[in-house]
Design a protein. Structure first.
Length: 359
């Protein structure tokens, strides 16, 4: 195995002096580390901090989450997005309780076997909480390693990805061998790689002149920083448009719960229907179809736009005042505004609810 002692020592010293003070870094509790790593997937640190703090107050261990109701779990996750993560965390909590007696396993394979836990997350928990020499490779670490070792090719391509995992493994094993005292070296090295990627070796404007490892960096030495890592082929984005019908009767609003198997399953939303993104759409027809009423007279409330995966989504909201309450369909229910605030709601529809209140 090649020796990486010099850059590893530099990274460890730099991390000891410059690590950001993040709440999950004040603990070695593997449950707390797992929660932070799951929340940080696809989500920025500053967004995660209040969610993590709130979540850990309510679910300080696996047992407390394992027995919680779905509505409460989703409500606490509301706004963080990628809701499958909350369901996976609860499934992992149940597995920790039923298969491990509530104790977090130290073995990497056992961590990897928890529901929703992939190679990166398992490596992060094993190294950060238990200081094991388990590698990690997320987007930040990929970028750092591709530049540090001038690794050509798409980091997601099989062989390139395998090489990056190998390099990540060599670095953390080196840290375990050289560092005194050893008990935190693997944890610190992996977090140093993450930290460098998040704060110094950023995608577009890396701070090479002040980077602690610039002397060891092949991309910097050869003037190839701007071209590494190789850009990934991105799927084309496409537009989707929905007509949302906010039906009201006697200060109650009709909402429905999304089926568990669908995206955002378990969350509540106003009835809606997808229409052609670039064609004419008839909100009265949509209201009739969704509510089973004739002669609805929708009033335009406005629209919210958001992006999810490769879709640019427009939610166009229409208010319909009904003279009498219709029978809810498909898991629907009538709720007051106060009750709606207590329900877990799809983020875009939560924004529409605010528009309704403002109107
Ligand atoms: Fe990244 Fe520049 Fe540091 Fe190399 S020298 S690791 S490219 S910030």
């Amino acid at each position: 195995m090649p020796t990486h002692a010099a850059p590893v020592r530099t990274l460890l010293e730099w991390f000891a002096a410059h690590a950001r003070d993040l709440p999950w870094r004040r603990t070695r509790d593997p449950w707390a580390v797992l929660v932070s790593e799951v929340m940080l997937q696809q989500t920025q640190v500053k967004t995660v901090i209040p969610y993590w703090e709130c979540w850990m107050r309510r679910f300080p261990d696996a047992a407390s989450l394992a027995t919680a109701g779905e509505a409460e779990v989703l409500k606490l996750w509301e706004g963080l997005g990628y809701y499958r993560r909350a369901r996976n965390l609860q499934a992992a909590a149940c597995a920790l309780v039923t298969e491990h007696g509530g104790r977090f396993p130290r073995n990497l394979d056992a961590i990897l076997a928890l529901p929703g836990v992939g190679r990166y997350t398992a490596g992060a928990v094993a190294s950060i909480a238990f200081n094991q020499p388990a590698p990690i490779l997320d987007g930040n670490v990929m970028r750092v390693l591709a530049r540090l070792f001038a690794v050509d090719g798409d980091p997601a391509a099989r062989e390139v990805n395998a090489r990056l995992w190998r390099l990540a493994g060599e670095l953390v094993v080196t840290a375990a061998r050289i560092e005194r005292p050893r008990e935190r070296a693997c944890s610190a090295l992996n977090q140093a790689l993450m930290e460098l990627g998040a704060t110094v070796c950023t995608p577009r404007t890396p701070a090479c002149p002040t980077c602690p490892v610039r002397r060891h960096c092949a991309a910097h030495r050869t003037g190839r920083v701007a071209e590494l890592p190789a850009p990934r082929a991105r799927p084309a984005t496409s537009a989707r448009r929905f007509l949302v019908i906010a039906a009201e009767h006697a200060e109650r609003w009709l909402v429905r719960r999304r089926p568990a198997a669908e995206v955002n399953g378990g969350f509540w939303e106003f009835p809606n229907v997808e229409v052609l993104s670039d064609g004419d759409a008839d909100p009265a027809a949509a209201a009739s179809r969704l509510l089973g009423v004739r002669h609805a007279a929708p009033e335009r409330l406005g629209e919210v736009r958001h992006a999810i995966t490769r879709y640019r989504v427009t939610q166009e909201a229409w208010r319909v005042r009904l003279p009498r309450a219709v029978k809810p369909r498909d898991g629907g229910a009538w709720h007051t505004l106060a009750e709606l605030h207590a329900l877990p709601m799809v983020t875009a529809h939560r924004r529409l609810l605010k528009r309704l209140e403002a109107a």
